[in-house]
Structure formats: structure tokens, C-alpha cells
Unconditional design. Sequence first.
Length: 335
Amino acid sequence: MRIRNVVLFVGAFFAATSSHAADAYVLKFATLAPAGSTWMKAFDAWGKELARASQGRLVVKFYPGGIAGDEPDMLKKIRFGQLQGAALAGHGIGEIFPPARILEAPFLFRDHAEIDAVRARVLPAIEKGFRDNQYELLAWMEVGNVHFFSTRPLANLDELARRRIWQWQGDRFIAAFFDANGWAAVALPITEVYPALATGLVDTVVSTPLASIALQWSGKTPYMSTRAMATGIGAVVVSRKFFGGLPADLQALLKRTGGPLSQRLIADTRRDDSKALALLARRTQPMTAFQQVDLAAQAARARKTVEALEAARYLSAELDRQVDTALADHRRGAD
């Protein structure tokens, strides 16, 4: 009788262990953010929180530093089931739900308060857009304020037409704005920009101070514009297929931790991008020509480009009007 009980106990133990193992889910997650960067520190903490709160049932395996390829490569691997999630900048977001990119239109916002107010109003529509395109948006993020970095000084904006400016390969949004200004672009994956700067294939890049340092571009570009032209957006996503295959409690956990992750990513990025800007201001020469930019003229040109992208159905006139309304409401309340 005692032997029979022992056998039953052992059988039950292994059955429970097997059941627990079967309930474990691995989220393979890719990002261009290098190990040790501001973004990866936040992602690592998020992964530990998911593992702790799920008692090991949901584990994140990170692929940082572009080892899973450029953002289009990441999305392709998600479609094939080789990855389940990613942190994306504007280019990757544009591959899922292009209308969200209105939030990084040049010269649209004056400050972070405007960005925060407008994002809060339109985020439900953006979340629906991601969901309709088979992705679950877990967290919103930023990559910092966008500046021009160059190997040579620029006397004025007209000189950009004679420069070799890097454009993220396949990025229709940035391509439209470059075309509107008559700037010649060199289209490359982001993973090829550093060697392109080293060889002279590219002499100017559009980037944020934080990303420029993290990707080591700043060592090749000793000149920086002093005025930011936009704020780069980002998103943390998982495939709907993966999300839908999770038990309800793990779905809720992913969504619940997404809010704090978003808050940390935005706060940390703004803080560290500001520090990076101050550091680069000491290491680089300022391109003060950008201080004399005719903001009204640039904003008008950006508006025409937005309208062209609406006509091409890359941007959404409906979402763009929501952004305009939210921005006008905020400015009325702030004035």
C-alpha cells in the first residue's frame, strides 16, 4: 500500500511539473537598442517583472543591438513566428500602422507637454490601428528629439540638397519629407549607417542625440544642428497570434505592465536624450544655420507633405484631424 502511494505521489509530481512546463511561454523580443542602453535597461527590468509576476510562466528572451536584423527584418520574423515581439521606431511603426507617424511630423509640436496631451487623446485610435493589423500595442515610447548630424558644417538648409543624407531604407514617411525639400537621400538599413559614414557614402544623418551616441554615429559626425525638427516615436508590440494564445491572466499581465513600461521609457529617454544633447554640444560644432530656420515656412511645407501622404493613403486624414483638434484644444487651454 505504501509503495502504491509513493508511485501515485511521484506520478502526480511529474504530471504537475509537466503541466507547469507546458504553461510556460517565451516571448522572443527584438530591438535595435544596444545592450546597456537606456532602452535596454528598461526592457530588462520589464522582462524580470513579467517573469516574477507570472511565477516563471512568461519569460522574455531579448535580441538587442540589431542582431535580429533591421526593423523590417524583425517584422518579417514575427510573421514567420521566429519572433513574437519587438521595440520599433517610426519606420517599423509605419510598416504596421502608418497613420501613427503623424506624431513625428516635422515642426508639429512645440514641447513635450503638447506631445503628451495629443498622444493621450489619440492613443486609443492608434491602439485599434495596431490591433486591426494583427499587433497588440503594449507600450508607447520615444527615441528622442531629432537633429541633423554631419561630417561637414552646413551654412544653410539649401546646402542639404547637395549632401548625401541617410534615409532609412523603405521609409516612405521620411522619403516624402526629404523629397518635399529637394534633399538627395541615400537609402540604407540602419545597420549599415556606421560603415557608410566611415567610407563617405553618407555624410549627413537625421538622428537623436541619444541614438547617435548609442549607435556610435556621433564619432563620425562632428557637426550638429542646434534646433530639433521633431520627436521620434517608438512602440513596444507583440503579435496578436502570440497574445491571443496566452491565458487571460498573462494577457492582462502584459497589458498591465505596458503602462508603467511606457512611462519609464518616455521619462528615461527624455532625461538621457537631454544629457546626450548637452554632451554632444561640448563635443561637436553647432550648425547655427538651423536657428534661423523659417518655422512657418517649414511647417507649411510639412503640412503639404502630410496632405500628400493622406492622398496616398499612408496617413489618415481622420486621425490627422484628431491630432489637429487635440493640439488646438491644448494650446487654447495653455494660453
